[in-house]
Design a binder for this molecule. Structure first.
Ligand code: NAP
Length: 482
């Protein structure tokens, strides 16, 4: 069975009949074929989304209560189907089943969270004097193209779909080519929840074949993109031609600062989790671990011990604690960085074992890898590797730690491990990053905020900020004279 596209409320083959295969990264085996769209499908999807926005049932005149009802129902269906969704996510992406379950649960919460917001989007009436009244109102931006990466397929899609639909936008989701399946499930869920035809469309297909058509389409008002900085920059340039609104959630090279006055066992374990969780395929992974010199050796030992305890395997196996990377191509890219690290003179202090069971020999595994004595100017400290590769850098004091941490083109996230609250807050303020965790790593509650400084992005997602990015603000001026 070929997984089809979802356009205008119908399941359909691609206009040119093109298909691609999606593989299980743990084994390299084909899971299924899926329809891969072309620019003709982009036209179909945009026309459907445009009509549903301009003529209803969605758009600025739709009922906030009705939007809420559908989003709440979608959350309920997601929770009902969580095991099926999580298994599909694990087989398509490689991540641990337990992590996939958490992603689904947080995604369902996002639908509930933004369902609640639909009835609370309000404007304001600033006082402009006795002769006039200024009404500031909020309206949906229009047709939104949502482009997502493969590392958190359901979560990243939900992070965009829920606020877009809550705001009254209609949407076309373009999932990443290696992980097309759960996005189609989201369409099925929204359909069952009662979402009218055309409001939400899923267009699988490669970025190289449909990306430009989506991004430059005159019927599209907004691009919400999560992915690499390289593709993000290309889209931003193209979108600027017609001044489309853009939100960019891009890559990172996030620093993780460990001070000697931290609760050290927690700091070492947290630092390891920060880079090895989800195989290091995390935009905010703490890939640069900065450690105060006085605890440098013991930190290397403790983090290596943690890495040695990780068991590579199929994400569906409950014994597995680290899955495969998403594709053979991505595995090769990460391995190339490990070679670059070795050649650049960084000290390889830990390299884990590959799985040996015969059914996993075709899988795309990269074992946890730790480089010590990394100079922050080295390639492995400056470029996003997006795999389980930790670069450890020593520092002497707070000022040096901040200076190394900020010496990056990226500014997505950072962790600070210390029990000195003054130091924690001082360092957090000085770090040029969109999110700073104190004595923790990676939590991203949907009610709060997500987004990057510098080349890690433009705009913000999650919380009210995520909703705002799908809204326009209009000023209606009423003359009260006479
Ligand atoms: P990617 O290669 O940039 O792809 C992201 C999405 O863009 C995919 O759907 C991709 O489709 C599509 N795309 C590729 N070329 C395009 C084009 N010319 N026009 C329009 N769309 C195009 O990134 P990835 O490898 O999937 O994901 C990893 C990256 O995402 C990392 O850099 C990571 O840091 C970043 N990320 C950031 C966040 C955040 O919140 N800041 C979260 C997660 C991931 P194809 O798959 O078909 O190429």
């Amino acid at each position: 069975m070929t997984a089809q596209l979802y356009i205008d409320g119908s399941w359909t083959d691609a206009a040119q009949g093109r298909t691609l295969e999606t593989l299980n990264p743990a084994t390299g085996e084909v899971i299924t074929e899926y329809a891969a769209g072309s620019p003709a499908d982009v036209d179909r999807a945009v026309a459907a989304a445009r009509k549903a926005f301009d003529e209803g049932p969605w758009g600025p005149d739709s009922s906030p209560r009705e939007r809420a009802t559908i989003l709440f129902r979608a959350a309920e269906i997601m929770r009902r189907d969580k095991e099926k969704l999580a298994e599909m996510e694990t087989r398509d992406n490689g991540k641990l089943y337990s992590d996939a379950l958490e992603d689904i649960s947080e995604s369902a919460f996002m639908f509930e969270y933004y369902a609640g917001w639909t009835t609370k989007v309000a404007g304001s009436i600033p006082p402009v004097g006795p002769e006039a009244m200024s009404l500031i109102i909020k309206e949906p931006v229009g047709v939104a193209v949502l482009i997502t990466p493969w590392n958190y397929p359901v979560l990243m899609a939900s992070q965009k779909i829920a606020p877009a639909l809550a705001a009254g936008c209609t949407a076309i989701l373009k999932p990443a080519s290696p992980t097309p399946l759960t996005s189609l499930e989201l369409a099925r869920i929204l359909e069952e929840a009662g979402l009218p035809a055309g409001v939400f469309n899923v267009l699988n297909g490669t970025g190289s074949s449909i990306g430009d058509a989506l991004v430059t389409h005159p019927g599209v008002d907004k691009i919400s993109f999560t992915g690499s900085d390289e593709v993000g920059k290309r889209i931003t340039k193209l979108a600027a031609e017609s001044m489309k609104r853009v939100t960019m959630e891009l890559g990172g090279k996030s620093p993780n600062l460990v001070f000697s006055d931290a609760t050290l066992d927690e700091a070492y374990e947290g630092s390891a989790v920060g880079i090895f969780y989800n195989q290091g395929e995390v935009c905010s992974a703490g890939s640069r671990v900065l450690v105060e010199r006085s605890i440098y050796d013991e930190a290397l030992e403790a983090m290596s011990r943690y890495a040695a305890g990780l068991k590579l395997g199929d994400g569906m196996d409950p014994e597995t604690t680290m899955g495969p990377l998403v594709t053979a191509e991505h595995r090769d890219r990460v391995q190339k960085y490990i070679e670059i690290g070795k050649e650049s003179g960084a000290r390889l202090v830990f390299e884990g074992d590959m799985p040996t069971t015969p059914d996993l020999l075709g899988g795309y595994f990269v074992p946890p890898t730790i480089f010590a004595d990394v100079d922050n100017q080295m390639t492995i400290a400056q470029e996003e590797i997006f795999g389980p590769v930790m670069a450890v850098i020593p520092f002497a004091d707070v000022d040096e730690a901040i200076s190394i941490a900020n010496d990056s083109i990226f500014g997505l996230a950072a962790s600070v491990w210390t029990n000195d609250i003054t130091k924690a807050l001082k360092v957090s303020k000085a770090l040029r990053a969109g999110i700073v965790w104190i004595n923790d790593t990676q939590p991203a509650p949907s009610e709060a905020m997500w987004g990057g400084y510098k080349q890690s992005g433009v705009g913000r997602e999650l919380g009210p900020w995520g909703l705002e990015s799908f809204l326009e603000t209009k000023h209606i001026y009423v003359n009260l004279e006479g």
